[in-house]
Design a protein around this ligand. Structure first.
Ligand code: PAF
Length: 288
């Protein structure tokens, strides 16, 4: 496996290949990232992962400075998973000057849920992903695949729409969420949890599963009862000491609230949630 730090070295390493498979990450890798590498590998002739903690997607009060930087351990894990090239640029390499051109995703998709609670987050994500796509895919001649985890459900949708709207010749592939034995979705931020918080953390996914069951039981009355059910789910978490941002039932297609006719195909729905446990913000979702 090659480790490169500059765009020029990345392009040189990619030159002999036709069909890159790209797994963008911010490092501090867990089995969810490695599953994306393994799933993506057969789709192309070279597998590239980037490790870059992207300042543009962090608000000033968020954990940019303390986000774990674990390059050596990440490279060891990527190599074992079959990754061929790791691109780990410095901030100076990727943003040699202030990044004044930015990608503004549509507000109906990007200013709700995560975007509502983390204003500007998806502008930062789309901007860096657009730039990373240019670095990885610009010289490719064959099919290009980019892997994103369903744990970041909305992110994966925002990127998919960006790729489609800019007619980028890239297949976005969504990998299933990987979970710990108790069901907690794997996340780089799980490492922030204390022992007691880690034991409690599963209750976000339990609350989402309960909300999904209630939504199914409500059937065509869901649109009228949805907000009360969501408030109830948030209250149950708050009573356990969480600070819930949202727990909600949405349509998979556009993340808007379901209408009566959507209840005829409940498999078209998804439950999504975000909540703070101590100082750690966790997110999770389940497709119904
Ligand atoms: O999901 C992430 O780790 C990041 O948002 C991404 C896609 C690597 C962009 O910085």
């Amino acid at each position: 496996m090659k480790l490169v730090h500059t765009i020029a070295d990345l392009r040189a390493a990619l030159a002999p290949h036709q069909s890159p498979v790209f797994v963008p990450t911010m490092g501090n890798l867990h089995d969810g990232h490695l599953a994306l590498v393994r799933t993506g590998k057969p789709l192309g002739d070279v597998t590239v992962s980037s490790i870059f903690v992207n300042r543009l997607q962090f608000a000033p009060h968020e954990d940019f400075d303390t986000y774990p930087r674990t390059l050596q351990a990440d490279c060891d894990r990527l190599e074992r998973a079959g990754c061929d090239i790791v691109f780990a640029p410095s901030e100076k390499e990727l943003y040699p000057e202030p990044q004044v051109y930015k990608v503004q995703p549509p507000s109906d998709l990007a200013d709700i849920l995560e975007g509502h609670f983390r204003p500007g987050f998806f502008i930062g994500v789309c901007t860096v992903v657009m730039k990373l796509f240019q670095c990885v895919f610009s010289d490719a001649k064959g099919p290009r695949h980019a892997m994103f985890g369903k744990k970041d459900y909305q992110q994966q949708m925002v990127i998919r729409r960006m790729v489609q709207q800019f007619a980028m010749p890239i297949q976005v592939v969504a990998g299933e969420t990987q979970r710990a034995p108790d069901g907690l979705a794997l996340s780089s931020r799980n490492g922030y949890l204390s022992e007691s918080e880690r034991a409690e953390a599963i209750h976000l996914s339990l609350a989402l599963r309960a909300l999904a069951r209630d939504a199914l039981a409500a059937g065509t009355s869901l649109p009228d009862r949805r907000e009360a059910m969501e408030a109830n789910a948030m209250r149950s978490l708050a009573l356990r000491g969480w600070g819930p941002d949202y727990l909600t039932v949405r349509r998979r297609a556009d993340l808007q609230p379901p209408r009566t006719e959507d209840m005829l195909t409940p498999q078209s729905l998804v439950v999504l949630g975000a909540a703070r446990l101590g100082s750690t913000r966790l997110i999770d979702n389940f497709e119904i």
